[in-house]
Write a protein that binds this ligand. Structure first.
Ligand code: IMP
Length: 428
């Protein structure tokens, strides 16, 4: 048995899609264990960008199994669209894609409530895909799982009860009877679509492990969006951290063999919330443009900033990351000087550990260290030794600051544009 978790160490959008695509060649199973269609993994398929929201990136390799496990929330319309798009591109998903019977379903009212809560409560800047409200129902024990969805009587009974519970919040936004009619009208089409994919994925994983298969778990979002360890409340409603694999896929902690953190050479975030290293100047604009930093799911421009080692050190610790892949180093190529945040300063106190306090997260000043720009081309370089010396120094300094080794460096969107810094690491 060999398992590897690939996860984001910042606020998501670190380039996990490409990394998972790169490593999927070596894996037998690729597993999504949390989140929903709020995520967007951009891959290059037949020379064009191709975005996957729910289906694991390994689907593009015909012989791999792809699992969406119990920790994920599923918008059936969105899953169907994705499966249809893959089928159109001649990617066969039948008998390769499986959805946990215990995964919770996102229903149309979850999406409406997501929008309402954004206007009422603290504005989080969610993707408005109904993620938070669907997870909230799961925690309230009124959620509808895939297995419930497929039992028509159970489903109808749960919808009736749920709509009574939701009536107050939906009042004035949508007529409950119309909403109910729409849900029941969609039912036949969507349940028929879902049925062949539903399986006991936790058991499938157990069997796969017994057969010594290689399993790759891919997170959506990043550690700073984790419900417990992120910038709460400006987080998503699940646990992208490595620990989330156990509860989100139904495997024991001793079954996790390795954790690979994906880290962008600078920092970005979408949505609201604290972001100490955010740049409002031309460097921020430069990174956004060069890095094409626009949300894969919502198209929103991403906020950009320098590398924040306080954030990544926190991620390294909570996920027990030993190995990192650094992405998008090529996007920093033409900068004259580069800054790295090494600590936060608030009221004359220095913080080296990521603070939980909202006040400190909001008002801390980044303490920067400055380095010269790379002075040379990075794009197209195929080995660490051929990188400009200043780029090599940057990588080594990041390793020192975050406490994990950077074993891979990604210099472009294509799968081949990866440097193996440490050729001795075997991922499975
Ligand atoms: P939600 O997951 O839609 O509830 O959104 C909560 C927060 O997570 C918002 O700040 C979103 O912008 C952010 N978020 C959710 N999914 C992603 C992602 O895949 N990449 C980056 N940010 C995300």
């Amino acid at each position: 048995m060999s398992t590897l978790v690939v996860l984001g160490t910042q606020w998501g959008d670190e380039g996990k899609g490409k990394v998972v695509h790169y490593l999927s060649r070596q894996a037998d199973y690729i597993v999504r264990y949390q989140g929903g269609n709020n995520a967007g993994h951009t891959l290059i398929f037949e020379d064009k960008p191709f975005v996957l929201h729910l289906v694991p990136s390994g689907v593009l390799f015909p012989e791999k199994y792809c699992l969406i496990t119990n920790g994920v929330v599923i918008d059936l319309e969105s899953l169907k669209e994705e499966v249809d798009a893959l089928t159109k591109k001649k990617v066969v998903v039948k008998n390769r894609l499986f959805v946990s019977e215990q995964a919770h379903i996102i229903l149309p009212y979850h999406k409406i409530i997501d929008g309402i809560l954004e206007d009422w409560n603290v504005k989080i800047g969610t993707t408005k895909k109904g993620i938070g409200p669907a997870y909230a129902d799961k925690v309230k024990r009124i959620g509808i799982r895939a297995v419930d969805y497929l039992e028509k009587d159970v489903f109808e009974d749960l919808i009736e009860k749920n709509l009574i519970e939701k009536a107050a919040i939906l009042k004035g936004k949508i007529d409950i009877e119309i909403l109910k009619k729409r849900i029941f009208e969609d039912y036949n089409k969507l349940s028929e679509f879902l049925r062949p994919f539903v399986a006991n994925t936790s058991f499938m994983l157990e069997e796969a492990m017994k057969e010594n298969k290689k399993i790759l778990f891919e997170s959506a979002q990043g550690t700073l969006l984790d419900l417990d360890f992120g910038t709460y409340p400006f987080v998503t409603s699940s646990n992208p951290i490595a620990g989330g694999v156990c509860s989100g896929a139904g495997i024991g902690p001793t079954k996790i063999n390795g954790v690979l953190g994906v880290v962008k050479a600078y920092t970005t975030r979408v949505g609201e919330g604290p972001f100490a290293v955010e740049l409002f100047d031309e460097v921020g604009d430069f990174l956004r443009k060069k890095g094409e930093e626009y949300g894969a799911t919502t198209g929103r421009p991403r906020r950009c900033g320098w590398f924040d080692s306080v954030v990544v050190r926190h991620s390294v610790r909570v996920n027990d990351i030993r190995n990192l892949i650094l992405t998008k180093l090529d996007c920093m190529e033409d900068l004259d000087k580069i800054k790295i945040c090494v600590a936060y300063k608030y009221k004359n106190k220095i913080y080296k550990e990521f603070p939980a306090s909202r006040t400190i997260q909001n008002y801390a000043e980044p303490v920067y260290e400055e380095m010269p720009g790379f002075q040379g081309k990075v794009k197209g370089v195929m080995s660490f030794e051929n990188l400009p010396v200043n780029a090599q120094r940057y990588i080594k300094r990041l390793e020192e600051l975050v406490g994990a080794s950077i074993d891979l460096v990604s210099l472009g969107r294509r799968r081949e544009e990866i440097i193996e810094v440490n050729k001795n690491v075997s991922w499975f």
